[in-house]
Design a protein around this ligand. Sequence first.
Ligand code: SF4
Length: 384
Amino acid sequence: QCITHCPVGALRERDDTDRILDALDDPETIVLAQIAPSIRTAWGEEFGLGPEEATVERLASCLKEIGFDYVFDTDFSADLTIMEEASEFLHKLTQNEGQFPMFTSCCPGWVRFIKSHYPEFIPQVSTSKSPQQMFGAIAKTYYADILKVSPKKIFSVSIMPCLAKKAECAYPNMTDKDGNFDVDVALTTREVNRLIRSFHISPAKLADKELDMPLGIGSGAGNIFGATGGVMEAALRSAYYFATGENPDPDAFQDVRGMDGWKESTFTIAGNKLKIAVVNGLANADKLLSALKTGQVHYDFVEVMACPGGCVGGGGQPIHDQVEMAAHRAPVLYKQDREGSLRFCHENPSIKAVYKDFLGEPLSELAEELLHTDQKGWLMPGEK
Ligand code: SF4
């Protein structure tokens, strides 16, 4: 907050909107955007719009007015993350491979924390890339093939709730074999709102615009990634299906919801009793890792999000002085999940298509190449 409240304007947060404008000005460049799940809970706040009006489709409409060629949903790649991460977890569990717990990896703030403070746990962090990065990797391969263009022509923008995503997309291992970055620029919610204002667009006056296909479909399970506990709940829904061949009640794992900083629960999947924990806020992550290290607690699977409340409370979201918004925003995602017809990542038709036509199956050689990473590769040049 000190960055946005510096009285003399000496401190400014990094603003990447100029890079977007340059890409939009180039007629040879295809500019596409992905919109993270938590953005739909918050972007309208600065325009006086509630979540019913400030939909993801309304934001897509604004972006199209600005000149974006295609607008997609990070919910799609949150579904893809679950396909890979739930498969990775089940593989580890059934092969009794490596140490437990396995940690989620979709929050770069958390991955950065564990890397710098508890490096001994790095091998236990999922190798699955985050939804932001998986989207970028698919956009510049599968989607480039659909468009019949070179990946070099695609400028991939992500609209994200935090500044940590800017660092994540710039890590040297977040590229393809030729060194092309999966994601070229990550914009925060506040930056995208400034961009909308700079084009004199009044979102209230625009009609919603459907997201583009096929990367514009996401499940409710992918959507709840934006709230603490959402990644775990989505992963357990699909892990249950992968292990038993049947869908669970989509609300069977709802014990992991809520704003408590450290939640734990036990679920049985295909005869395996799984002890899981969900943590939000780095102070709680520190306590959890310390307790794991001393053997005070034992878990099989742990979700950590660095921001209190998860991405709905992310540092790039609109700020309201003295008001913590995460608890107000998270119910928007749960309502959309409850009311939607698609509540399992593995049932997303676009996910089925990307595996059938391109990736093969979760953890295939191509999936490993594009969608997974060596967690040691998060080091920047010169870092240990
Ligand atoms: Fe970014 Fe915070 Fe979400 Fe982590 S929890 S991905 S740091 S907004």
